[in-house]
Design a protein around this ligand. Structure first.
Ligand SMILES: NC(=O)c1ccc[n+]([C@@H]2O[C@H](COP(=O)([O-])OP(=O)(O)OC[C@H]3O[C@@H](n4cnc5c(N)ncnc54)[C@H](O)[C@@H]3O)[C@@H](O)[C@H]2O)c1
Length: 348
């Protein structure tokens, strides 16, 4: 007899009553069914535990995966944003003088195709309005004579009002309006060149460039800088191979283009504190309204001095360079020759 049996008999004796005589001690069969019941209960509990544990781990793994994919998507989005901020063209306004023809027009088309807003400035209203009808949205034309300070001032006021309407800040100024107007300081009759001829070239190619930049700057320095460098914009001026190897009769032109070349580094230094860069491009012979006016003979002899490629530059070649100047933040303070290694000779 074991301790359980003794305990049982003891309890039974203490609580004895006549009816109890009929009661029987629980049979071993009952013990067996209780055990079975216990086992199945434990089984259910273990199963439930396993199920919950499975669900719990699934939840953790799924949550972790979700977190990872969310993080990588977020990083990709951030990288795209950083990339788009580096682009500097989309949704920013570019002020382009001389934008109704030649190199200026090619630049207008290219920056517009990249999503930029273009304020086209030119003396030629007919061509300027054609540009707007051709490109449609995101362009506006402002008639200007860059050699006239009041004209430049009112054109800048009008284009700034336009940027307020569109909410697209000025991201770049490209003063491309320019004229050739050749002439030696003294002619074959020993007559000095009329001063107005020199002034015409200098006022358009040099003073007009400075004036337009000067009046646009206060509207650039106050824009929100873009990451990662805190850049606000870029000034891209048009110099010329005449700034390096000017040809006979190009004295005023070379003076103006040489000045543009010289002031590039100074502007870059002066504007660095505002996050504004300054570059200039010095093309050689490019197809444009200006060079179309040259005689067939002069054009042919110019083509004879090309190294490679053996062709005049095209507007698209120039515009591609402008785009690179806008997009590449390390281009600053430099006058970039765009000439296929061509060096203009003294005589053609
Ligand atoms: N084409 C070339 O081979 C070449 C080479 C070197 C530099 N550049 C320079 O490139 C720039 C663009 O010249 P392009 O070759 O395209 O000539 P282009 O004649 O085709 O275009 C010049 C534009 O400037 C405009 N313009 C002229 N005077 C103006 C004024 N006072 N106010 C406002 N607009 C005025 C004209 O109406 C014209 O639309 C110029 O600065 C030029 O000196 C041209």
């Amino acid at each position: 007899m074991d301790a359980d049996d003794l305990d049982y008999l003891e309890k039974r004796a203490l609580s004895y009553s006549p009816q109890d005589s009929k009661q029987q001690r629980p049979q071993p069969r009952q013990h067996h069914s209780e055990a079975l019941f216990g086992i199945s209960l434990y089984g259910v509990i273990i199963l439930c535990f396993l199920l919950f544990a499975g669900l719990f781990f699934y939840g953790i793994v799924h949550g972790f995966w979700h977190l990872c994919s969310h993080y990588s998507a977020h990083s990709a989005a951030a990288a795209t944003t950083r990339g788009s901020q580096l682009m500097h063209i989309k949704d920013r306004t570019f002020v382009i003088s001389g934008g109704a023809s030649g190199l200026g027009l090619a630049t207008v088309r290219d920056l517009h195709a990249q999503g930029g807003y273009i304020a086209t400035l030119d003396l030629n209203a007919e061509n300027g309005n054609k540009v707007v009808s051709e490109l449609g949205d995101r362009t506006a034309f402002f008639e200007v004579d860059v050699s006239s300070p009041p004209s430049v001032s009112s054109a800048v006021s009008a284009l700034v009002a336009w940027t307020k309407q569109t909410s697209k800040p000025i991201g770049g100024v490209i003063p491309a309006a320019g004229v050739g107007f050749p002439g030696k300081l003294i002619d074959r009759h020993n007559e000095p060149i009329p001063l107005e001829n020199l002034e015409l070239v200098l006022n358009i190619n040099l003073r007009g460039v400075l004036d337009l930049i000067r009046l646009c700057l206060p509207h650039m320095t106050t824009t929100t800088p873009t990451e990662p460098d805190g850049e606000r914009g870029v000034i891209i001026m048009v110099s010329s191979s005449a700034a390096f190897d000017g040809q006979p009769g190009q004295v005023a032109y070379a003076a103006s283009k040489g000045a543009v070349r010289s002031m590039t580094l100074v502007l870059a230094r002066d504007l660095a504190q505002y996050g504004i860069r300054a570059v200039s491009i010095a093309p050689s012979y490019f197809e444009s309204g200006m060079t179309a006016a040259m005689s067939q003979k002069v054009r042919k002899s110019l083509e004879g001095v090309f190294e490679f490629p053996r062709r005049p530059g095209k507007g698209e070649d120039f515009a591609r360079m402008v785009r690179q100047c806008v997009e590449n933040p390390m281009l600053n303070g430099e006058c970039i020759r765009l000439d296929g290694a061509t060096r203009m000779p003294s005589r053609l």
